[in-house]
Design a protein around this ligand. Structure first.
Ligand code: HEM
Length: 336
């Protein structure tokens, strides 16, 4: 159902993209107005999300840990997987973000000889990392369309990315990486029964959107050989807030741009917001020092919290506790 709904949504988006690309009178709307709206929604949406996260109470340390916590001197602490200090937490977070360490531990459940077994499954980690890094490098490479003069890191990245010099124009490794990564992530959701069972439309749609951005990009570079001069004129004019619509922009570019804008608008309300979210995740960004340090919710005094103390609890349930033979603290002193 989720898959069908997202295919349906995607077909509608594709139809809108085609209309915007091939009806010339709509180029101003799709080439200039929409990018401004998309960028504004993206920035405001993310800021709102971050403010909401920052306002959520985190009264307890709820670190997810995967190793021995700091304890007695002769017990070895796992400093990365169970951080005790701010620095250890930073190191853990850093490697989580650049290497997806927790995903590397991903296991897959299956039935073997009538028993539930868990086996290692590194494919998800591998294709995820290929996809994410390819995406990042492609966005960095795209700076050649957004800047004049082009910063020196762009030709440097392009050179490494096109190192094997396959094809003309050169096929970048990250172009292959993003496509293969996305196809794996999509195939996993469609063909793996367990994953399909828990997948929603909001799991498929981002994959369709990003895949369509990649495919239209590939079409522009390798098949239609789009003239990049008007494209750059358009982007620079938008970024300098003096928008001009060049006459001879290839329609396929409008489709590429439409999907990018849709992605930007959808981003803050979609699961993709995990990108900034990981930094504010209390299960990751807190040190696990609960046993050494008492953490008191700083807002308690503001709310004039009333605690249900153990004494009150015992007063409330004394009869029942006595009936079932539970030990009572106040029994001897005050009662009977
Ligand atoms: C989410 C952001 C974006 C992604 C993931 C993306 C992805 C891609 C991919 C995979 C390609 C194929 C060739 C390559 O790898 O460079 C491409 C090409 C292209 N993209 Fe994007 N794109 C994005 C945003 C944009 C934006 C905002 C523009 C507007 C200026 C743009 C303009 C182009 C152009 C003109 C090409 C053809 C490049 C060439 O012929 O060398 N892209 N894009």
């Amino acid at each position: 159902m989720g898959l069908l709904f997202s295919i349906f949504t995607f077909i509608i988006l594709l139809a809108i993209a085609f209309i915007g690309a091939y009806v010339e009178g709509l180029h101003y709307l799709f080439g200039i107005v929409l990018p401004y709206i998309a960028f504004a929604v993206f920035i405001i949406g993310i800021v709102v999300r971050i403010i909401k996260w920052a306002q959520s109470p985190v009264p307890f340390r709820i670190t997810t840990t995967c190793g021995q916590q700091r304890s007695l001197d002769f017990i070895k602490q796992n400093k990365i997987d169970n951080p005790f200090t701010g620095l250890q937490t930073f190191i853990r977070m850093f490697f989580e973000i650049i290497l997806f360490r927790s995903l590397f531990r991903n296991t897959k459940a299956g039935i073997k000889e009538n028993k539930l077994t868990y086996g290692a499954n590194k494919w998800l980690w591998l294709f995820s990392i290929v996809f994410h890094y390819s995406f990042l490098i492609i966005v960095l490479r795209h700076f050649r369309f957004f800047t004049e003069p082009v910063p020196s890191f762009v030709p440097f990245i392009q050179e490494i990315d096109g190192f094997f010099q396959i094809g003309l124009p050169i096929i970048y490794l990250t172009t292959i990486g993003i496509t293969v990564g996305l196809l794996y992530l999509l195939a996993r959701r469609i063909f793996d029964n367990q994953v399909r069972y828990i997948s929603l439309a909001s799991d498929y749609l981002p994959l369709f959107l990003i895949l369509s951005i990649a495919i239209t990009g590939i079409l522009m570079r390798h098949f239609f050989k789009v003239d990049l001069t008007p494209v750059k004129q358009l982007t620079l004019s938008i970024l300098s807030f003096q928008p001009i619509l060049p006459a001879d922009v290839n329609p396929i570019f409008y489709i590429h741009l439409f999907f990018v804008c849709t992605l930007l608008i959808y981003f803050p309300m979609s699961k993709l917001v995990h990108m900034p979210g990981i930094f504010l995740s209390p299960t990751r960004n807190l040190a696990n020092n609960n046993r050494a340090k008492r953490h008191i919710n700083p807002w308690n005094s503001d709310f004039k919290m009333h605690y249900h103390t153990y004494e009150e609890y015992e007063d409330e349930f004394r009869e029942v506790m006595r009936d079932v033979g539970l030990p009572l603290e106040k029994e001897e002193k005050n009662v009977d």
